[in-house]
Design a protein around this ligand. Structure first.
Ligand SMILES: NC(=O)c1ccc[n+]([C@@H]2O[C@H](COP(=O)([O-])OP(=O)(O)OC[C@H]3O[C@@H](n4cnc5c(N)ncnc54)[C@H](OP(=O)(O)O)[C@@H]3O)[C@@H](O)[C@H]2O)c1
Length: 339
């Protein structure tokens, strides 16, 4: 494996991979000057050297390393990520990325999606964008539940999360600790963006159901204002400041809301949950409470998908194209079809 992007999530993925039997990290890529040139073991603070030096030179790493999968965690946006992952294809390595827009890129970035698919087919490798959300809770899990339905009128999924227990870049991304004015300014300048992925999740669900949506609408991101002082280890939010945000997106079909996704993440949120309601035959009401811890689960999703991606056919795939996700608890080599 090669780790590409050793930030908050990439580091956790790397640490988890080091615990797995049948996996070996043979390279590490990052552009952060403070990381380049350092031994990955030092960077991960695991009290041992790994003999893997972080490099900002993708070609140098890939031309030396014998690698099956590059695990990529740098950015949410496919325009940026495309430049990073497209060059990996010529090495014939599979790519699993946390990039939200890669999870279902066919609606917003159809040209880049086509190019990636072509590269995958040409070089016999697979691209997959996944994670916990998008990647699982508001799309793959929803799609799986629809398998028990004869008829479906409407789908609603809601995620309410206390961001106090999440990684600091995430808390910053949702504007925790800002004044309302600062929040609005940073939203305008796109310095903070809120959650990325609701449109992709709706697109993936609709594609699985072969629903021809009229449109996907994304409501304005709203700040959630703290009603009392709330805090995480890193950020203190005073009463009246922004604790986080809420966002809703809708997939509209024949003039009606067919798929509604409601995402709320703020420091101090009570009643954390992930719920899915399918109005249909039979109706399905599923709640996971408290909500799934996104950081741990993202790491798990990425690593658990490694053997499924290695077994998959080439091209750009999404979670709906792959077998039902499952934990790869045993030696990773046991899950490979070629073994
Ligand atoms: N799908 C999901 O469920 C899910 C879940 C969690 C996270 N994510 C996404 O995963 C991404 C990574 O998250 P994070 O919290 O780990 O972010 P992060 O802490 O900012 O780490 C990103 C790392 O990648 C480096 N990087 C940026 N551009 C690069 C490039 N062109 N080549 C090599 N390295 C590069 C960054 O260096 P600099 O700091 O110098 O830029 C940084 O070290 C985010 O976009 C996040 O939204 C998705």
């Amino acid at each position: 494996m090669v780790c590409y992007g050793i930030g908050a999530v990439g580091s956790r993925i790397a640490r988890f991979m080091l615990q797995k039997e049948g996996l070996q990290i043979v390279g590490a890529i990052d552009v952060d000057k403070k990381k380049v040139g350092r031994d990955l073991g030092d960077l991960l603070e695991i009290n041992k050297k790994l003999g893997v030096v972080v490099s900002d030179d993708l070609d140098k790493v890939l031309s030396k390393a014998s690698c099956d999968v590059v695990v990529h965690a740098t950015s949410s946006y496919l325009k940026e990520v495309y430049q990073q992952i497209a060059p990996l294809s010529k090495y014939g390595v599979n790519v699993i990325s946390t990039c939200e827009e890669l999870s279902y890129p066919f609606l917003l970035e159809p040209d880049l999606a086509k190019k990636l698919d072509n590269l995958g087919l040409k070089y016999a490798m697979t691209f997959l964008g996944t994670g916990i959300n998008p990647g699982f809770l508001m799309d793959t899990l929803v799609i799986t539940l629809t398998g028990a339905c004869q008829e479906i009128e409407k789908i609603t999924a809601q995620r309410v999360m206390n961001a106090a227990t999440r990684r600091v870049p995430f808390q910053k991304k949702i504007g925790a600790g800002l004044t309302v004015d600062e929040f609005k300014k940073k939203m305008d300048t796109k310095e903070i963006t809120g959650h990325v992925g609701l449109e992709q999740s709706i697109g993936m669900i609709a594609a699985a159901l072969r629903w021809d949506l009229d449109k996907i609408t994304v409501d304005t991101v709203e700040p959630v204002i703290a009603q009392r002082q709330v805090e995480s280890d890193a950020i203190k939010v005073k009463k009246g400041q922004v604790a986080g945000l809420k966002q809703t997106a809708r997939g509209v079909m024949k003039g009606k809301d067919a798929i509604t996704l409601d995402f709320q993440a703020y420091i101090g949120a009570k009643d954390e949950h992930d719920s899915i309601v399918i109005e249909g035959l039979p109706p399905i009401h599923q709640t996971i409470s408290p909500c799934v811890h996104g950081d741990h689960a993202t790491v798990a999703m990425i690593v658990n998908m490694i053997p499924k991606v290695m077994n998959a056919h080439p091209g750009l795939l999404t979670m709906k194209d792959l077998p039902v996700p499952s934990a790869a608890i045993e030696d990773m080599r046991k899950y490979l079809e070629t073994q």
